[in-house]
Design a binder for this molecule. Sequence first.
Ligand SMILES: Nc1nc2c(ncn2[C@@H]2O[C@H](COP(=O)(O)OP(=O)(O)OP(=O)(O)O)[C@@H](O)[C@H]2O)c(=O)[nH]1
Ligand SMILES: [Mg+2]
Length: 305
Amino acid sequence: MKRAGFAAIIGAPNAGKSTLVNRLVGAKVSIVTQKVQTTRFPVKGVAMVDDAQIVLVDTPGIFKPRRRLDRAMVRAAHAQASDADIVVHLVDAHAEESTKPGDKRSAEDAEMITESMVAAGTKATLVLNKIDLVKRDHLLALSQRLFETGVYEQVFMVSAHNGSGVDDLKTFLASRMPEGEWLYPADQTADLPVRLLAAEITREKLYLRVHEELPYALTVETTAFEEKKDGSARLEQTIYVERDSQKPIILGKGGQTIKWIGEASRKDLGEILDRPIHLFLQVKVREGWQEERAFYTGVGLDFDV
Ligand SMILES: Nc1nc2c(ncn2[C@@H]2O[C@H](COP(=O)(O)OP(=O)(O)OP(=O)(O)O)[C@@H](O)[C@H]2O)c(=O)[nH]1
Ligand SMILES: [Mg+2]
C-alpha cells in the first residue's frame, strides 16, 4: 500500500531543522549555517521508506519577529505546520542547558512554541536534537519536562549532525503518512527551482564567511542560468546588500572574500547539480529589497504581514 504526506519540521532558529531535513532526505536540499534565521522560506525535501513517501517541510525558525521579513518567515512556518500531516517540533537540547545568550534565546523561543501549542490544543512529535553535545541525564529531564505539557505524543532523541537516532524517526514518520499516491517521482529529492537553489547555496557561503549583522542585509539572485553544449552550466548571480558600506566587506581585501565565496559555491553546486559549473558573482546595492513585494512572491512568502 502506497503512502504519502507532509511532515513539517518546526522549531526555534538554529535548532538544526535544515540539518535534520538534509539527513532524512540523504541529500542537501536546504542550507545550513551556524547563524540563526538561515532558512528564509519553506523548503521541501523528499524521503522514501519502502512504499511510503515523506515530504519533509523545512521551515524558517519561529521567534518573536520584528521586521517584515521576520514576520513573513514566522507566518510561513506556522502555515506549513497547519497544513502538514504531522508536525515535528525540533528542540536544541544543548541550548536548553547552555548559559550563552544566543542559546538562552533559542531555549526561550522553543518554550514559546510549546506554549502556543498548549494554547491551541495542537499535538506534535517532540524531537530533541544535538544529543551528541549533551549528557543523558539532562536529556531525560528535558524530555520529561516537555512531555508533561501534554503537547507531545512521542519523543525522539537524535543528532542530525551525526545521524544518531534519525532512522527511527524516519521509520516513525513513514508510518504516519496517510495512504495514497506519491506526490513526487520516487527518485526526486528536492523541489526548489534550480536558480533559487543556486542562490541559496551562495547565500550559505556568504553566511559562513561574513559576520555580524551583514547576512541579514543581503540576498542573492541568480540572474542567468545557461546549460552549455559541453555539459557544464554557466550561472550569473547578483549579491544584493542594503548599503554601499557593506560592499567592500563582501569583496574583501583584493577581492579575496568574494573569491572564496564563489569557489565554495561553485564546488557545492557542481556536486549538487552533478556537472561542471562556471559561476560569475557581482555585488550591488539595493537598499530596500526587504520592502519589495517581488522578493517575497519569488520565494513563496506573504508580503502583506
Ligand atoms: N553538534 C551538533 N550540531 C548540530 C546538530 N544539528 C545541527 N547542528 C548545527 O546547528 C547549526 C544550525 O543548524 P541548521 O540546520 O542551520 O538549523 P536551523 O534550525 O535550520 O536554523 P534556521 O534555519 O536558522 O532556523 C549548524 O551549525 C549545524 O551544523 C547536531 O545534531 N549536533
Ligand atoms: Mg534552517
